[in-house]
Write a protein that binds this ligand. Structure first.
Ligand SMILES: [Zn+2]
Length: 342
């Protein structure tokens, strides 16, 4: 089916998810291989669970200074080009005759910031399902005022997620305040936002899974605002910590870092094991003689090969790894009916 874009339809899907004890997953993408991995994982999971019209959200940041994904999408480094290709690729991929036609796909604009993203913010947003209007780097009262203003002007056009508190960088030095239930309740009451990103201890762009997600605080927030919490920074905690998010009042989870972080070692491993096919005998001999590769690298083929020196090979390795990661999250957050009964 076509993208779910109408605000009323998007809000209805979030209500349905709460009823069905689902947490709606949202995966960021900055290239076509990632977008396809997300949709292919969702289609496989739909088949396996029998949830034919499975919901999934694909997202992109635009000029977000920590990761401007629309600009990274093409070598032009123009956000308009990247966002346009990303958005149109979804229409093409969701062709009624294609493999993803039954999915209910939403498209989300992530970490859109007043200032760097003013041009986007002043444009027509009706081609997107939801937006994170992110004024969380401003003082709380200013954040509330700006978010409330945006919600009032645009809520007829797009579902709005606000950011109550900043989610900090894994390598940053900034303070990291966990969102309090009082503050969350004030944020939701005063802004009128549909959803709210809370700081629950996770961090962005983490290189490992060593942090603690504060589920107890999430449940306290849930008691005040309902199932309206959005969790970011999931890649910074072990999957076991985010297995019961519905109970915690989390309506939506945004994921990106782990897709890329776990795909690179898979590709690297495969390239090393196929060194000659990837890079040719001359390059592998040079790297062996300088100590970067061991002697076994020279036994990995007789010459460079189309099966291994093409972009298609590199993209497929990344795609397969990302698809597996996405499937793992879908199993956590969109479980099917258990064989032993509901
Ligand atoms: Zn985020």
């Amino acid at each position: 089916m076509p993208l779910v874009l109408e605000p009323a339809a998007v809000r209805a899907l979030y209500d349905e998810a709460v009823d069905r004890r689902w947490v709606l997953p949202c995966f960021c993408s900055e290239n076509l291989a990632t977008t396809e991995a997300i949709l292919a994982a969702a289609a496989d999971h739909a088949r396996e669970t029998g949830i034919r019209d499975l919901p999934v959200t694909v997202a992109m940041t635009v000029n977000y200074d920590h990761r401007p994904q629309a600009r990274l999408y093409t070598q032009t480094r123009r956000w308009q080009t990247g966002l346009g290709l990303f958005r149109r690729s979804l229409d093409v991929l969701l062709d009624p005759d294609g493999p993803f036609a039954d999915l209910r796909v939403m498209v989300h604009l992530d970490h859109v910031q007043p200032g760097p993203d003013d041009e986007l913010l002043s444009s027509d947003l009706s081609g997107y399902s939801s937006i994170l209007y992110d004024a969380s780097t401003r003082p709380f009262d200013e954040n509330v005022r700006m978010t409330a203003d945006f919600v009032e002007k645009r809520r007829h056009e797009i579902v709005v997620e606000g950011a109550c508190d900043e989610i900090v960088d894994a390598d940053g030095q900034e303070r990291n305040d966990i969102t309090s239930p009082d503050r969350a309740a004030r944020f939701m009451a005063r802004t009128g936002a549909d959803l709210m990103v809370a700081n629950l201890g996770t961090e962005h762009r983490a290189s490992s899974t060593t942090l603690t997600y504060h589920g107890d605080m999430a449940r306290n927030i849930r008691d005040r605002v309902g199932h309206r919490i959005v969790l970011h920074g999931t890649s910074s905690v072990p999957a076991s910590q985010v297995a019961r998010l519905w109970e915690d009042g989390v309506a939506k989870v945004n994921v990106w870092t782990i897709l890329e972080r776990d795909a690179s070692p898979v590709l690297f491993d495969d390239m090393v094991r196929n060194a000659v096919r990837v890079a040719g005998v001359g390059k592998v001999r040079e790297l062996s003689e300088s100590g970067w590769l061991g002697p076994r690298a020279l036994d990995t083929g007789s010459a460079g090969a189309l099966t291994h020196f093409t972009t298609a090979y590199r993209q497929e390795a990344v795609y397969r790894s990302m698809k597996e990661t996405v499937r793992g999250f879908l199993a956590l957050w969109l479980p099917g009916i258990s064989r032993n009964g509901p």
